[in-house]
Write a new protein. Structure first.
Length: 81
């Protein structure tokens, strides 16, 4: 466990992991917002059918899920060499 180790190194790792996690969250919010704004704008202007925009909405959630699953904010003990 990260918190049970002595010294300040675990605290530094904790802050680094938290910063990496926040970066992933911010990136996912930007991607999702851009994706949904694009789909909504195209549907409202009539460039795509609203049904296609409705199908695009869950795809943005899946892209955020995939992005989050492939990115690690915190390293586990088996990740550390």
């Amino acid at each position: 466990m990260l918190v049970r180790r002595p010294g300040l190194a675990p605290l530094v790792e904790l802050f680094d992991g938290a910063a990496a996690t926040m970066a992933v969250i911010r990136r996912n919010l930007r991607v999702s917002l851009a994706y949904n704004l694009l789909g909504g704008t195209l549907a409202v202007t009539g460039l795509i059918h609203p049904l296609i925009a409705a199908v695009m909405m869950p795809l943005s959630s899946l892209s955020v899920l995939f992005s989050s699953s492939r990115t690690r904010g915190f390293r586990t003990e088996k990740d550390v060499p």
